[in-house]
Design a binder for this molecule. Structure first.
Ligand code: BGC
Length: 756
């Protein structure tokens, strides 16, 4: 019996579509339409569909090197000749319609263009950077903000976002930590799946459904020493245990595209890695959509020292499994000749084109090339009051209260004089974060504006920069100290500029820039109560006056409503409820640092015993650990119970614990469940997050949280890369961070073999 490859592809694509639209998988006539098209396509037209170019019909200045075609006239020629299938990083309906008209009416086959863009945390309404929002530990919130982003992006003429970034980032020196969900694979998987559901909605054909592109496949977050575009030297175990699972969750949530990573893995660049892009991605993970290259990443195979020249690079990329080449133009340039010479089989090209056209069909582009291109909709769905309200709510849920020695919240009724000091107090250039380049710079609410709007008398606030972001300013410290002395309390807004994180922003030191550190030391030395408002796109190592301040808040890059959200938290209108998705180390030199590390043969017992696994100069704990985050109220956990301390092979146990709000304010706590596999055939982390639940309680209220655990939760990557669970003893904690909690133990028992 022969199996038709096309049936396989179709069946699986329909399967993954079925996840999103149970009753509307790709219809037979759409399949027939794609087949008929492919039968009529020249190799050049096929290569065109496999080419994605920067959108010069409605250009923006995305954070990429400006290479290749950059003008509308040349791009128009390409579209008319059917030599491009996708345009990216332009917004606006008018420009998109111009381009689509050319594709549909002037090109020989009339295949509609796909419009893509980096909608990472918002179009015009900017939501908190993904790392900040991950601090909410709240999939529902992530889904709702992604939906709002999709509504805006599709109103501006886009069909696809290159998001979410699902790379697990365990080295805070890497600038792109800001784009993901942090250091934990489980949290990243859960939040990424929620974002995909939000972007795509329930029906891909709706004009507000935005295709997701979870990226970067794979292990980009594991670049050595956090060096951008660097190498990844990684065990199969870590690759499969930490970096691939979030992609699995993303595909299960219905993502139909992904993007190959810039980096190499163990000597093979991802863009040319057929084991990765074909055997693992398609074979093992059953991915049925199409793969983008990253920006000019196919061409970069030459610089990697992996391809001889650009032609060879195109050959390697298509053979490995890259279906759509981004920006280099390599496919359109070389595929016709590569096929003619026999270096690339036409069948390989056909499979890639078919994958791309199926996705175009899945979003209804053939039936309606004008979907998501309505000028009316563009006027009404962007930067709406409801999106801004959601941005404010999301921002308040992203602020992590790291420390609070009875300083916060501030009671506005006490009419205290507040000195807002630091370069970010009145700054609007660093509110959004590094990946929100479509938003209007002037429309964000800075901290001073947010505070003034919330204070009974705006005159209670003084604003003094004290320092620039990277350099001192003349007389800055003296002015700041004077302002602090004249006030009852100080809010010190310091940290990173938005240019210090994001792509190509690896840093060797993850600290407050020296000029601001000097400012902080001087202000804290006045003895006035100080709350630090950190601005940042990664975990930071805090020192001196910053660490000593009475209160510290992680406020990241919170987006359009940053100032209002910070005021809501400071004045107690909202209770801080976020938790760190990345550990804050004591020192930069601890990186890569993450909570789910291994024990070693000489784990630290205390800070005196010698010959233990720690640095001579610092402890190997975190200053603020993963999962940490305080509230204005006081939560306590008790009554940890397991339905059974024996977990049978095919059964489940129920874990319950009671959480009580012992304080005087309403608040939310994220209850976290961690496990440790005591003994295994491959050593296991000292803790692993398995479950989390957000609970909102009134003062005095209690609630019992329930988690179910079964063997699947205990699996890990064992010998020959098989996922296995091993019988034996497990520790379990239910707590409020990754370093504490109520403790219990249970045992997984082996399957009982039936006699005979
Ligand atoms: C980034 C991708 C992004 C692409 C398009 C690249 O530099 O690595 O994440 O989607 O540019 O802007």
């Amino acid at each position: 019996m022969t199996i038709d490859r096309r049936d396989l592809l179709l069946g699986a694509l329909a399967g993954s579509l079925a996840l999103i639209r149970p009753r509307r998988a790709l219809a037979a006539d759409e399949v027939a339409r794609v087949d008929a098209l492919i039968a009529r396509m020249t190799i050049e037209e096929k290569a065109g569909q496999m080419t994605c170019l920067a959108d010069s019909f409605r250009p923006f200045n995305p954070p990429n090197p400006q290479v290749g075609i950059q003008d509308e006239k040349r791009l128009s020629d390409e579209v008319r000749r059917g030599r491009v299938g996708c345009l990216f990083n332009g917004i606006g309906v008018a420009g998109a319609r111009r381009a689509q008209e050319m594709a549909v009416k002037d090109s020989r086959l009339g295949i509609p263009l796909l419009f893509a863009g980096d909608i990472i945390h918002g179009l015009k309404t900017v939501f908190p950077v993904p790392l900040a929002e991950a601090a909410s530990f709240d999939p529902d919130l992530c889904q709702r903000t992604a939906r709002a982003m999709a509504v805006e992006a599709t109103a501006a003429g886009l069909h696809l976002t290159f998001a979410p970034m699902v790379d697990v980032a365990r080295d805070q020196r890497w600038g792109r930590v800001v784009e993901g969900a942090g250091e934990d694979a489980t949290l990243t998987g859960i939040l990424s799946a929620a974002r995909i559901r939000g972007f795509q909605g329930r029906d891909l054909r709706r004009d507000d459904s935005l295709l997701a592109c979870p990226k970067h496949f794979a292990a980009y977050g594991a670049v050595a020493a956090g060096l951008e575009y660097g190498n990844v030297d990684i065990s199969e175990e870590t690759l499969r245990e930490t970096h691939l699972p979030p992609f699995g969750k993303a595909f299960a949530a219905g993502a139909l595209t992904t993007m190959a990573a810039f980096n190499e893995i163990n000597g093979v660049p991802a863009t040319a890695d057929s084991e990765l892009l074909t055997d693992i991605l398609r074979g093992e993970m059953q991915f049925r959509g199409f793969v983008f290259s990253d920006y000019t990443a196919d061409e970069e195979l030459v610089a990697h020292g992996f391809a001889e020249d650009a032609r060879d690079a195109a050959r390697l990329a298509i053979l490995a499994g890259v279906d759509m080449s981004m920006q280099s133009g390599l496919y359109i340039r070389y595929l016709p000749e590569l096929v003619k010479s026999g270096a690339v089989p036409m069948g390989t090209v056909d499979v890639a084109v078919r994958r791309i056209l199926y996705v175009k069909a899945a979003i209804g582009l053939f039936d309606n090339p004008w979907r998501s291109l309505s000028e009316e909709v563009e006027k009404t769905r962007i930067f709406t009051a409801s999106h801004r309200a959601l941005a404010r709510d999301a921002a308040t849920r992203s602020v992590v209260l790291l420390k609070n020695d009875d300083l916060l919240p501030i009671d506005p009724a006490r009419r205290q004089k507040i000195a807002l000091i630091g370069p970010f107090g009145e700054d609007r250039d660093n509110l959004y974060g590094p990946w929100a380049f479509y938003a209007d710079p002037g429309k964000g609410v800075d901290i001073a504006a947010g505070l003034r709007a919330a204070l009974p008398d705006p005159a209670l606030l003084t604003v003094t920069p004290g320092s620039a972001i990277a350099a001192p300013i003349d007389g800055g410290i003296a002015a700041a100290v004077a302002a602090a002395q004249a006030a009852d309390l100080v809010l010190l807004a310091i940290g990173e500029s938005q240019a210090m994180s994001g792509e190509a922003q690896s840093r060797t030191v993850i600290e407050i820039p020296p000029a601001q550190q000097t400012l902080a030391d001087a202000v804290v030395a006045t003895g006035k109560p100080v709350a630090i408002l950190l601005r940042h796109g990664r975990a930071l190592a805090l020192h001196g006056g910053v660490a000593d301040a009475q209160a510290i808040l992680a406020t990241w890059f919170l987006g359009s409503e940053a100032g209002h959200a910070i005021a809501d938290i400071l004045f107690g209108k909202a209770d801080p409820s976020a938790k760190l998705p990345v550990s804050f180390p004591w020192e930069s030199g601890q990186e890569p640092f993450f909570y789910d590390r291994k024990s070693t043969g000489r784990p630290v017992v205390d800070d005196r015993t010698e010959y233990k696994a720690r640095y001579a100069t610092t402890d190997n704990s975190a200053r603020f650990p993963f999962g940490h985050g305080l509230s204005y109220t006081d939560f306590a956990l008790d009554q940890l119970k397991l339905s059974d301390t024996a977990l049978r092979w095919d059964a489940a146990i129920e874990v319950t614990a009671r959480v009580t709000n012992r304080g005087k304010r309403k608040g939310s706590e994220v209850v976290q469940l961690y496990i440790r596999d005591r003994v295994a055939s491959r050593t296991r982390p000292i803790r692993e997050l398995k479950r989390m639940e957000r609970v909102t309680l009134a003062p005095g209220e209690s609630r019992t949280v329930r988690f179910s655990l079964s063997r699947g939760d205990l699996e890990f990557v064992g010998a020959r890369n098989q996922r296995i669970a091993e019988p034996g003893a497990f520790d379990l904690w239910v707590g409020q961070s990754s370093v504490e909690g109520l403790h219990a133990q249970f045992t997984l028992y082996a399957q009982v073999k039936a006699a005979g």
